[in-house]
Ligand binder design. Structure first.
Ligand SMILES: Nc1ncnc2c1ncn2[C@@H]1O[C@H](COP(=O)(O)OP(=O)(O)O)[C@@H](O)[C@H]1O
Ligand SMILES: [Mg+2]
Length: 426
């Protein structure tokens, strides 16, 4: 009897063990599929981004060309006015305005096309909306009115600016395409919403209770019927002749990875509203933009080495510095810069150093220069982000291109003036 029970128990134990092994297998499989899903989502996002970059590059080139027309035209007009004894100042300020706009456009495009790895930092959704709509201006037909209702006190969310930009861009592109060649209106709204109960219709799931930042994009385009609506987020689903069906699945992937949720309301023939919500981190104040420091009005002194492969940039910096009373020497490459530093020694009290140069670039020049001059103030200047951590070099400053001359002078003055760094540099 006892023997039989023992056999039965052993059998059950063996069966349980098998079941446990099966379950472990299933869990491993589920984990692998989740990983695969995540991987596919990233791929979709990348593919869609490459696609959208093509479109954007076209519109940015178009905008750029217009700005160049304004710059060249005003330069010619200004020269003519000067020859005729008239005041060229208005032309100069038009040039400045156009160039500033070109600079903004460039920075935005670079920020959008930037790195693939996601970086979470506090983001102002309003800023993302403004930036992307500015960038897309030429892509949206002039028959379409863009209406904004951006909340004044929208708290920051943790996010990746390039990915959030992708969300805004895809929703606006789809809205514009739904309106087509007709007259229409796209409304973009941001607000804060308190969510306290289950919200039906959200993907990937109802947002958790709490405060959320909301962005809403509505259009009065052709709308969707229930069938299209139910498939809209599927990868490769498109109802368009030249569509790829990746826009909304990229949006969903990004929203999911930001712990947010998205919902669509649409009526055939009337229009569509996409609502995206992002959870708000607890109590974070908007950081005020620091006021620019008034510049000391003392003339500069000392020699500044200006290193840049672009002649126009170099000349401008040198002229500005000379007018301010500095001596300026220039180098169009890193090797020449290093040579000048050896030749002129301590006379050089600061270096303005371009990051991107052929042959020896700014970072390599910096590394080499630091061997002999660990305390020499260096201002790294670049139109892209600067790829090093400056916190370990207290004699390093950054100046992003394009810069107003005032910022250049401030940086140089600050560099040379700081704690007599240059003076103790002997
Ligand atoms: N604002 C909108 N109005 C109407 N239909 C839309 C809208 N946004 C998306 N859709 C529908 O969802 C489909 C998928 O969109 P998306 O993933 O961006 O791919 P694509 O734009 O390449 O078709 C579209 O083809 C369209 O049928
Ligand atoms: Mg699309």
């Amino acid at each position: 009897m006892r023997g039989e029970r023992q056999v039965a128990v052993n059998g059950e134990v063996a069966a349980l063990r098998r079941r446990v092994a099966e379950l472990e297998g299933e869990v491993a499989q589920a984990r692998a599929s989740a990983q695969r899903l995540k991987y596919l989502e990233t791929q979709v996002r990348k593919a869609q981004k490459v696609e959208s970059l093509g479109t954007l590059a076209g519109t940015v080139a178009h905008d750029f060309n217009n700005l160049l027309v304004a710059i060249l035209g005003n330069a010619d007009l200004g020269a003519r006015r000067l020859r005729n004894g008239h005041d060229p100042e208005p032309c100069l300020s038009n040039i400045r305005e156009a160039a500033q706009r070109a600079g903004t456009l460039c920075r935005q495009f670079l920020a959008y096309s930037g790195r693939e790895r996601s970086v979470r930092v506090p983001q102002d959704l309003n800023e993302v909306v403004r930036r992307m709509t500015q960038l897309m201006q030429a892509a949206v037909s002039s028959r379409i009115e863009l209406a904004f209702r951006l909340s004044d006190d929208l708290p920051l969310i943790d996010g990746d600016d390039s990915q959030l930009g992708q969300v805004v861009m895809n929703l606006i592109t789809n809205a514009a395409e739904a309106i087509g060649p007709n007259h229409g209106r796209i409304s973009i709204r941001t607000k804060v919403a308190m969510i306290d109960s289950d919200q039906p219709g959200f993907l990937p799931r109802s947002p958790p209770p709490g405060r959320h930042a909301v962005i809403e994009v509505s259009d009065n385009g052709r709308g969707m019927g229930p069938k299209t609506r139910s498939m809209a987020f599927d990868p490769f689903f498109t109802s368009k002749q030249n569509g790829h069906g990746l826009g909304l699945s990229a949006v969903l992937g990004i929203v999911r990875s930001h712990c947010g949720a998205i919902r669509v309301h649409s009526t055939l023939g009337k229009g569509t509203t996409f609502t995206v919500v992002f959870p708000l981190p607890r109590a974070r104040k908007r950081t005020p933009v620091p006021a620019t420091r008034p510049r000391r009005l003392t003339p500069g002194f000392g020699t500044v080495l200006v290193v840049d492969d672009e002649r126009g940039v170099r000349q401008l910096a040198c002229e500005v510095l000379r007018e301010e009373g500095y001596r300026a020497v220039e180098a169009d490459n890193g090797d020449l810069a290093l040579r000048l530093l050896t030749e002129q020694g301590e006379a050089i009290r600061a270096v303005l150093l371009d990051v991107t140069m052929p042959r020896r670039d700014g970072l390599s020049t910096l590394r080499e220069l630091r061997r002999n001059r660990p305390n020499l103030p260096v201002i790294l200047s670049s139109g892209r982000g600067i790829p090093i951590d400056g916190s370990r070099d207290q004699h390093l400053r950054f100046l992003s291109k394009p810069y107003p001359i005032e910022s250049l002078l401030l940086a140089v003055e600050d560099a040379i003036g700081t704690k007599g760094a240059a003076a103790s540099e002997v």
